[in-house]
Write a protein that binds this ligand. Structure first.
Ligand code: PRX
Length: 649
């Protein structure tokens, strides 16, 4: 019996379009060679990428120093992330980029700002001097608790310029969560704003900082960006307005020559229990990884307007709103607010007005748009789009097809990118000019990345059996540890398989070697002796014409061991009643098998999601079993969803 069974059969294949393939940064031939090199000698592959895509002040002595599970990449080399994202686009043959848009920003109320590379460089240098003026030196941690405004990117790049690792805390977190994170990192300075716009209202941020740092000994100064002009309390001597400090700051600040392994940032992810984990990333390897993957996977060109909808408070925003994109000298679009403000077509309106060519978003957003109806995207000219991306969760095949047809006009390749906060950059992904895609599959590991599906004993399983997704060789963007807790790092990621990194996801491979991610291992259900992942039953439900989104969990059952309970969001205008329940149960039986039929189906307008948009199945399990919710619900985006689900149950 395999560890996880794979049930869903998806056979549609989409080849790269001829015109796209012809102009792709990475051609089929190129990819074939790079894959060969990456498999034979990953260090050589990454060294080649590092030379080609990153500017170094001093070369490395050794590509990789691997003392499992601790890696050092490009040992002895010196570089600077801010230099790679800014200065090198103002020099030599790239100097023409000086007046090219680095950031196109749009606020939720509709205000806009464009920062060219030379303007961004100037602002970053000035803020780096502000940091120095407030006593921040190399190695000091800086916490950023900010809305999606250009000052966030400026602050990040300023930190990297002087070698002060940043710790970005998503602006939706509470003051307690902020306090825990500031204390864990021992941050010396906090950058925040009076507020930011979200769903039509200014959302205050400064009060949470005031509250949080009453319990933080390490914080000496707070810098506040004026965004919403809402009232703020002020502590003289500690609090400073961004614009006051910037008015005085010099724009001359050479980038520090930092060691390749110098800490770049800490980003907290919630663990399954208690204390959040401070995932540590360092300089040279991370920069090589994100710059190379951004260029290859998104096919970034100088002419592109690239838009990733993730908040910079998540890893996707770090790697593919800011660092990987600016390091390539591309134009990145940043949007401050909610996807449905002022109307359900805000995203499509932005794409039309800014002529966005590359669009990277999450399955949860895609399914929300499916539910809202096709008329919203169809009311806009989306012909500027040439490539689409997906990240954060498995994308159900039918959502993939909708994305391809309704948003991509059947002409845009889709890159379904699998990776994690811990991996730093994209790991399993199509290369849009070279790899055939299958809806629901992230396809193949990026060249130089080694991934396998293994069983409990770390043995490779045979296709198409499911198992645990493991990364079998170190890679440059990998986390270097958990801040202040090397033991937890070893236990969490390396104790299961010893020599392999355990990703926590279930997956299987098909006969062509493609990877299909089946969801988190913790969510696997054991139904009548079959161990099945949540993704496949959910995909079966979403493939029904009336369903926009579904989440499936197991509830203890005397007869079958576990009964499948499905929470289903119907599409707009669908009547959700007993006839649909019956139809959906039969539909799942037909798609997968009778044993996977949900014992119970509950209809709901909204599913509980984390602030980064992932469905929280743990909470749904409690509801399905009639248990009290235990554990942390602070990462839940909208608490009222939970109460509503309980009432309806
Ligand atoms: O379960 C996988 C899912 O998101 C997890 C990582 O979450 P986080 O650290 O928040 O980073 C999200 C952005 C990179 C993974 O362990 N996941 C991410 N991308 C995919 C995915 N699951 C399936 N397909 C994907 N493309």
């Amino acid at each position: 019996m395999p560890d996880i069974e794979s049930l869903l059969k998806e056979t549609r294949v989409f080849k790269p379009g001829k015109a796209f393939a012809k102009q792709a940064n990475w051609s089929k031939k190129n990819v074939r060679e790079l894959r060969k090199l990456g498999a034979k000698d990953p260090e050589k592959f990454w060294a080649r990428m590092a030379k080609k895509n990153v500017t170094w002040f001093k070369p490395w002595k050794k590509t990789l120093d691997w003392k499992p599970p601790f890696a050092k990449w490009f040992v002895g080399a010196k570089t600077n992330v801010s230099y790679n994202c800014l200065d090198r686009h103002l020099e030599g043959k790239n100097a023409w980029r000086s007046n090219k848009a680095a950031i196109i920003w749009e606020g939720e109320p509709g205000d806009q700002r464009v920062l060219t590379y030379s303007q961004l460089h100037r602002e970053v240098c000035k803020f780096a001097n502000v940091l120095k003026g407030l006593g921040v030196t190399k190695g000091d941690r800086v916490a950023l608790y900010m809305p999606m405004v250009p000052e966030l990117a400026i602050a990040m790049l300023a930190c990297t310029r002087i070698g002060a690792p940043h710790s970005i805390v998503f602006g939706g977190f509470s003051s307690e969560s902020l306090r825990d994170r500031i204390n864990d990192a021992g941050a010396k300075l906090v950058v925040t704003a009076d507020g930011g716009y979200r769903r039509g209202e200014p959302l205050p941020l400064k009060p949470a900082v005031d509250e949080a740092i009453t319990g933080c000994k390490s914080v000496e100064n707070v810098v506040v960006v004026r965004r919403c002009e809402n009232d703020v309390k002020w502590k003289k001597g500690r609090d400073h307005w961004w614009h006051d400090l910037m008015a005085e700051a010099s724009a001359d600040c050479p980038a520090a020559k930092l060691d390749s392994e110098h800490p770049l940032f800490i980003l907290y992810t919630s663990g399954t229990t208690g204390k959040p984990k401070g995932i540590l990333h360092t300089t040279g390897g991370y920069l090589t990884h994100v710059t190379t993957t951004a260029k290859a996977v998104f096919d970034l060109k100088d002419e592109d307007v690239y838009w990733c909808t993730a908040d910079i408070g998540w890893i996707t925003g770090h790697s593919y709103v800011v660092y990987g994109i600016l390091a390539n000298g591309a134009t990145t679009l940043m949007y401050e607010g909610g996807p449905t403000t002022p109307g359900p077509d805000r995203f499509w309106d932005i794409i039309e007005r800014h002529r966005v060519s590359i669009f990277y978003t999450a399955p949860t957003a895609i399914r929300t748009f499916i539910r809202l109806g096709d008329e919203h995207p169809q009311g806009h000219d989306l012909s500027s789009l040439r490539l689409l991306g997906s990240v954060g969760e498995p994308i159900n095949p039918e959502a993939w097809i909708w994305y391809h047809e309704v948003i991509g006009g059947k002409r845009c390749p889709i890159v379904d990118t699998w990776w994690q906060t811990e991996t730093g950059g994209i790991m399993i992904t199509p290369l849009p000019g070279a790899v055939d895609t299958k809806p629901g599959s992230a396809t193949l590991p990026f060249p130089g990345i080694a991934a396998e599906v293994v069983d409990e004993k770390a043995k490779k399983v045979k296709a198409p059996d499911g198992g645990f997704l493991a990364l079998t060789k170190p890679w440059p963007g990998m986390l270097r540890g958990i801040w202040g807790d090397p033991k937890r790092y070893e236990e969490t990621y390396w104790s299961k398989f010893g020599k392999f990194y355990f990703a926590g996801d279930g997956a299987h491979r098909d006969k062509d070697g493609n990877f299909w991610i089946m969801g988190r291992i913790d969510d696997v259900m054991n139904v009548s002796g079959h161990r099945i992942g949540t993704m496949e039953v959910e995909s079966a439900l979403v493939s029904h014409k009336d369903v926009a989104e579904a989440a499936v969990v197991g509830r203890p059952d005397e007869i079958t061991g576990t009964a499948v309970v499905a929470f289903v969001s119907p599409r707009a205008g669908v009547e959700a009643g007993d006839p649909l329940v019956k139809e959906l149960r039969e539909h799942v039986a037909g798609e997968i098998g009778a044993f996977a039929k949900p014992a119970e189906i509950r209809f709901t307008d909204a599913l509980p999601k984390t602030r980064s948009g992932k469905i929280m199945r743990r909470l749904l399990r409690d509801i399905a079993s009639g248990n009290e919710t235990v554990g942390d619900t602070t990462t839940l985006e909208d608490l009222s969803v939970l109460a509503k689900l309980r009432d309806e149950g």
